[in-house]
Ligand binder design. Structure first.
Ligand code: PLP
Length: 365
């Protein structure tokens, strides 16, 4: 632990505060939502930017983890994870098959190439990835008669069942997701095969898609995948709060410009705060001046001008602020879903794109 004075004096004030109490709360909510299905925590991309090592201690009560690569899976084992680890895209090369057997990683198998890589390797459990309409990965649902015999010919693999992914489970109109589900229902599968289908959106919007295993990412971190962006409606609490501070405040006169390329021009006289937040931290640069609002001293102020690598500007109008005043970029009180909508992006990107230089501070409640 660094002493408090060191934090105050020496460190850039931008910090992602990870609330593990909120995370444990969300696990309970998702478990309830999942019913009898097993809950797999999706922790790819460094737990959506939250930091895998930060979140793991609060995820003891999940049935497994899902990641996107062998590196991410091995990191989980290094951190002491004992539960099964699902490889969402399966293995990327033949030599990863032996690693699956050795470390008890459970690959999705989406292609004939991946099937060939597993041939002859003992001790692997796997899911067959079915393309039910997303058209990204998987064996086509309509062609089961051609691929199922090939799959079953690998008798040494313990086939758990089918995995699939919804393209539009977050949509108001669920007919596309229901069509995907109908294609999966139409498959003639061996007895005892399980289903691993639902992401966060399907878990809430399409209970009939829960199957035996669900895979939740965004909701685990307390964010809503739906257009209303209201995680509280789902009973979830945001885990990550991105906090920073005011570095300087200056008075602009009407007509004054600020920032690179004079990206902001004051229409009237007022106060401008410079804050520690930039695209070097992973905050999006491609936002419209004035569109995104951040919380400072209990009030929302527009982010104006061009976001620079290390700094951004808040227009305070006739209000003022002191150097060192706390600014909530997003998190509890200024939901990431709302900031994402203002920034014309999705909450997934706001946390996932945070760069390594953003300090993490883990709090419990
Ligand atoms: C990332 C991912 C998930 C998790 O999705 P959320 O919307 O974050 O719950 C589930 N399944 C697959 C295949 C994924 O790639």
């Amino acid at each position: 632990m660094r002493p408090f004075f060191f934090l105050e004096c020496e460190m850039r004030p931008l910090v992602k505060v990870i609330d593990v109490a909120a995370l444990r709360h969300n696990v309970r909510v998702l478990r309830q939502q999942a019913g009898a299905a097993k809950l797999v925590a999706v922790v790819k991309a460094d737990a959506y930017g939250h930091g895998v090592a930060n979140v793991l201690p609060a995820l003891t009560d999940v049935d497994g983890f899902a990641v996107a690569s062998m590196d991410e899976a091995l990191q989980l084992r290094q951190l002491g994870v004992g539960q099964p680890v699902l490889l969402l895209e399966g293995i990327f090369a033949a030599d990863e098959a032996a690693l699956c057997a050795q470390h008890d990683f459970v690959p999705c198998v989406h292609s004939p190439e991946q099937l060939a890589w597993l041939r002859g390797v003992d001790g692997i459990s796997a899911w067959v990835k079915v393309d039910s309409g997303m058209h990204r990965l998987g064996f086509a649902a309509a062609d089961a008669a051609s691929w199922l015999p090939q799959v079953l010919s690998l008798q040494q693999v313990r086939w758990l069942g089918v995995a699939s992914h919804f393209a539009c489970a977050d949509a108001e109109d669920l007919s596309d997701a229901q069509a995907q589900l109908a294609r999966l229902d139409a498959l003639a599968l061996p007895a005892g095969w399980q289903r691993c289908l639902a992401n966060s959106a399907a878990l809430f919007a399409l209970p009939e898609a829960r199957g035996e295993v669900v895979r939740a990412g965004l909701a685990l971190y307390g964010m809503s995948p739906f257009a209303d962006g209201d995680a509280a409606r789902l009973g979830l609490r945001p885990v990550l709060s991105l906090q920073t501070q005011v570095l300087a405040v200056r008075r602009l006169q009407a007509g004054d410009f600020a920032g690179y390329s004079h990206g902001f021009q004051a229409q009237v006289a007022g106060n401008l705060a410079t804050i520690a937040l930039g695209y070097g931290d992973g905050f999006p640069r491609a936002i419209v001046s004035g569109a995104v609002q951040l919380l400072l001293n209990g009030k929302r102020y527009p982010l104006v001008g061009r976001v620079a690598m290390d700094m951004a500007l808040l227009w305070l109008g006739e209000d003022t602020a002191a150097v060192g005043d706390a600014v909530l970029v997003f998190g509890e009180g200024n939901p990431a879903e709302r900031v994402a909508a203002q920034a014309a992006t999705i909450p997934y990107t706001l946390t996932t794109m945070l760069t390594a230089r953003v300090r993490a501070e883990v709090v419990d409640g």
